[in-house]
Design a protein around this ligand. Structure first.
Ligand code: 5GP
Length: 120
């Protein structure tokens, strides 16, 4: 991350309960909810509860427990949504060239149709 964490970002507001979300999973370390502008029949965002801008920030600063909790949550969401057999795609944007819009680490989970080849 090239910027400090901004606690006014939209996912920080969702974590504080200041704006609503359609929650699919919550535990000590993570929250998962439906994307407001879905790009696939299933489009879920999984976020850590800690204040991390993106993957490099999280991996540098988070505790082992936070990292384990978040990684386990992503897999649990996929299993609980019944996506193991049909399959799914995970994607995490970081920074300007990736077009990251919300500066709180999130993993997109796309599923529910054949997703085609990976983007360049
Ligand atoms: P990014 O481009 O940062 O990887 O993706 C941000 C995602 O957050 C986008 O897919 C966008 O639709 C989603 N998003 C933005 N604002 C909200 C919101 O207020 N609620 C929910 N549920 N998703 C949001």
């Amino acid at each position: 991350a090239t910027q400090p964490y901004d606690d006014q970002n939209v996912f920080a507001k969702i974590l504080r309960g200041e704006i609503p979300c359609r929650k699919v999973h919550e535990d000590e370390w993570s929250l998962a909810f439906h994307d407001i502008n879905p790009q696939a029949p299933t489009h879920i965002l999984v976020i850590p509860k800690g204040a991390y801008v993106c993957w490099d920030d999280f991996s540098a600063k988070a505790s082992e427990a936070e990292i384990a909790g978040f990684v386990r949550a992503v897999g649990q969401v996929a299993r609980e949504a019944g996506l193991v057999a049909p399959g799914y795609r995970l994607l995490a944007n970081a920074g300007t060239d990736s077009h990251q819009e919300v500066p709180h680490l999130h993993v997109h989970l796309f599923a529910g149709r054949p997703l085609g080849p990976m983007l360049a």
